[in-house]
Design a protein around this ligand. Structure first.
Ligand SMILES: NC(=O)c1ccc[n+]([C@@H]2O[C@H](COP(=O)([O-])OP(=O)(O)OC[C@H]3O[C@@H](n4cnc5c(N)ncnc54)[C@H](O)[C@@H]3O)[C@@H](O)[C@H]2O)c1
Ligand SMILES: CC(C)=CCC/C(C)=C/C=C/C(C)=C/C=C/C(C)=C/C=C/C=C(C)/C=C/C=C(C)/C=C/C=C(\C)CCC=C(C)C
Length: 462
């Protein structure tokens, strides 16, 4: 996980837990990911920045200068981000204060806001294989290539992995939700589980509450939806799609979902010193973004052996997959297809990394895009938004307010997009905007109207 460090302003998981009086024990991951790429290009992203740069330069010595310039630009952006107090970019008083206190940093961010990582990489780097590598660097966090990945988001992940580092919460990532929920309840909140919202209740065009599938209704001053914008406006709000959302859907499509395999294997199948995270694209760069084209693999027991019985490891293997492949099958066909597709992926891993993998399996569970759709209640099981074409960086991403008074959105279909830290930031922004709107924080209605209008107009330019 990103966001778990004890320094800077971007350790948003640490901060969220702290806010509710919780702290989790974490184990530092010595690397972010081990890339296994076409042409037997192997790159380990070490935690220490210098080690990573040395490794990358050793593979592309002729591009040393370009590599340094590209990643240095990322650091300029990251340092600007990390120096700001993170609050709502839709709240003008805060925004002006930040511009006044940190003009250089804010202007840097404003300058890079409409730009993408691939264009910047091309300014400094000519080697096509290295540009493909930058595509892979972006793809693992955005599900699209570098030309479609906003530079701010790329900089955030390409630097924070070295600054705050990747850290593993002992006991597993499920502990994060449990700790947050415990802390919230202790602070006086109430959480309703198995509460399936089917409607946002509107009164005179204002959101005033929600209705559940069991018919119960809840009323409030403010409704915040963490469902995707496609679900919020396609299912929960029964009105015609507002113009703002039409614009969002014009600029963004649903990213594919995942096929996920969770396996328990005999420990002996992994060579000593195996890294925790791997990304595998065997022999054709053109397959990077294709469904089932590349394979993600995490082995959490490398860091936290207590998760599996002694002598065993857990493998979480996943690859992008679209819902359309999995619709219209009978139960039997569906189960058979999961088996066939999973076995093929396991065969590829066996060939590339772990000979004997198939015979070492003790337990195997396969989830399809339908599983993601069912258990996460996400439209088509989507991983999040993906630009339809080449985006203008983050310019078109909607923030938290919506065209319906009293209704706000958070999550990965809001600025700045996919990723736990990204959605945590969208939560912080939303909390601040709501606090201003209900009178808990300062606000200026005149400036609000001006800024929100300006942002709306900027989005139409993208
Ligand atoms: N790498 C991974 O495997 C992984 C895993 C999980 C999350 N993530 C990150 O998390 C991000 C997603 O975070 P998010 O918060 O936007 O989405 P989310 O899907 O994690 O959270 C949305 C929540 O809303 C609930 N919900 C949806 N519809 C509902 C309804 N009608 N009624 C009641 N509850 C409803 C869901 O159950 C879910 O708990 C992704 O972009 C991804 O980067 C990554
Ligand atoms: C408003 C205007 C107009 C202007 C103004 C200017 C300014 C001031 C601006 C500002 C801005 C800001 C602050 C921004 C922020 C941003 C952020 C925070 C971002 C973030 C991001 C993040 C991200 C993207 C992340 C991501 C991550 C991820 C996705 C991850 C994932 C992972 C996975 C999938 C795993 C892997 C595994 C393997 C390889 C195995």
């Amino acid at each position: 996980m990103f966001g778990f460090s004890d320094k800077g302003n971007l350790n948003l998981i640490t901060q969220a837990l702290e806010a509710v009086g919780r702290k989790m024990r974490v184990l530092p991951d010595p690397s972010t990911v081990h890339f296994h790429l076409p042409g037997d290009l192997s790159v380990l992203v070490h935690r220490k920045y210098e080690d990573f740069i040395n490794e990358l330069v050793s593979k592309f010595p002729h591009e040393k200068e370009g590599i340094l310039k590209f990643y240095d630009t990322c650091w300029t952006i990251f340092n600007s981000l990390n120096s700001l107090e993170l609050k709502s970019l839709e709240e003008p008083l805060y925004l002006f204060r930040q511009f006044f206190q940190k003009p250089r940093e804010c202007l840097t961010l404003a300058y890079y806001l409409p730009q993408n990582a691939g264009d910047i990489a091309r300014k400094f780097i000519k080697d096509q294989e290295l540009l493909f590598f930058i595509d892979a660097e972006c793809f693992i966090v955005s599900t699209v290539n570098a030309l479609q990945t906003p530079m701010i988001n790329a900089s955030m992940v390409l630097c924070d992995r070295h600054f705050g580092g990747i850290n593993y919460p002992v006991g597993g990532v499920g502990g994060i939700a449990i700790s947050l929920a415990d802390g919230l309840v202790e602070k006086g909140s109430e959480i309703r589980y198995k509460a399936n919202v089917t409607n946002v209740i509107l009164e005179n065009g204002k959101a005033v509450g929600v209705r559940l599938s069991n018919g119960k209704e809840f009323f409030a001053k403010t409704v915040i939806s963490n469902a995707t914008r496609w679900d919020t406006f396609g299912k929960l709000v029964k009105e015609e799609l507002p113009e703002e959302e039409k614009n969002f859907q014009k600029n963004y499509v649903k990213a594919p979902s995942f096929l996920s395999i969770h396996m328990g294997v005999k420990a002996s199948v992994l060579p000593a010193g195996t890294d925790c995270h791997h990304f595998i694209l065997e022999d054709n760069w053109n397959n990077l973004e294709k469904p089932y084209g590349s394979i993600f693999l995490s082995i959490p027991t490398v860091l936290d052996p207590s998760l599996a019985p002694e002598g065993h490891h857990i493998l979480h293997i996943f690859t992008t997959a679209g819902i359309e492949d999995w619709e219209g099958l009978s139960r039997k066909e569906y189960e058979e297809k999961k088996e066939v597709v999973a076995n093929e992926i396991i065969r590829r891993l066996e060939k590339k990394l772990f000979p004997g993998l198939q015979d070492s399996i003790v337990l195997k569970e396969v989830g399809s895009p339908k599983t993601h759709r069912r258990f996460l209640a996400r439209n088509d099981g989507t991983y999040g938004p993906m630009p339809r074409g080449k985006p203008k960086g983050l310019l078109a991403m909607p923030f938290n307010t919506t065209s319906i008074d009293g209704l706000y959105c958070v999550g990965d279909s809001c600025f700045p997009g996919q990723g736990v830290i990204a959605v945590a930031f969208s939560g912080i922004m939303c909390a601040h905007r709501v606090a201003a709107d209900i009178g808990l924080e300062q606000k200026s209605p005149v400036l609000d109207a001006g800024l929100l209008g300006l942002l709306r107009w900027l989005r139409t330019l993208a």
